[in-house]
Design a protein around this ligand. Structure first.
Ligand SMILES: CC(C)(COP(=O)(O)OP(=O)(O)OC[C@H]1O[C@@H](n2cnc3c(N)ncnc32)[C@H](O)[C@@H]1OP(=O)(O)O)[C@@H](O)C(=O)NCCC(=O)NCCS
Length: 151
């Protein structure tokens, strides 16, 4: 487990670091078209940045976007390839959930790449709805709530 410093990206430097990680992971590694990676939500989203606590190197990011009353969407979850498998992604998701609850949300939703459903299930997210394609990648909606959703 890497020693991490995770916080909301408050400065322009932090936001640039978040966007650089997304470019590296989604645009370069996963071939998501740049015009789809950046959208209108980026301006008002809360961006989360994980840094190595010692070197301060940016390692991973995610963003929170208001969806509807009580529901927040967590998106653009990614960790640089060299930093994966050491708990960075899980720690970012725990931070995102805590921040969502602190802001009064009672449910978080996300659009998960089906290849990483297990990653989110381990963190308490449940799938719902049909699979769908987004940016050429198969996805499924997931949600987490302190109150289990109706089955
Ligand atoms: C998915 C991603 C964010 C996970 O980050 P990470 O830092 O490697 O994950 P962690 O080390 O915190 O793993 C937490 C747990 O999830 C599991 N896990 C991690 N990646 C997984 C994957 N791709 N599939 C299934 N399980 C996975 C780990 O084994 C670990 O389990 P454990 O708690 O039993 O040890 C990272 O692999 C990534 O950035 N991938 C490319 C971008 C992407 O696909 N993002 C998701 C968009 S929906």
């Amino acid at each position: 487990m890497t020693d991490l410093f995770i916080a909301l990206a408050e400065t322009e430097e932090d936001r640039v670091a978040c966007f650089a990680i997304r470019r590296e992971v989604f645009v370069v590694e996963q071939n998501v078209p740049a015009e789809l990676e950046w959208d209108e939500h980026d301006a008002e989203a809360l961006h989360i940045l994980a840094r190595d606590a010692h070197s301060h190197a940016p390692l991973g990011t995610a963003r929170l976007v208001h969806y509807k009353p009580g529901i927040v969407k967590i998106g653009r979850v990614c960790v640089l390839a060299a930093a994966r498998g050491r708990g960075v992604g899980a720690s970012i998701m725990e931070f995102a959930w805590g921040e969502s609850l602190r802001r009064g949300y009672t449910e978080a939703q996300l659009s998960a790449q089906v290849a990483v459903l297990d990653f989110y299930e381990r963190l308490g997210y449940e799938s719902f709805g049909e699979e769908f394609m987004d940016a050429g990648i198969l996805h499924r909606m997931m949600r987490k709530s302190p109150i289990p959703p109706p089955r």
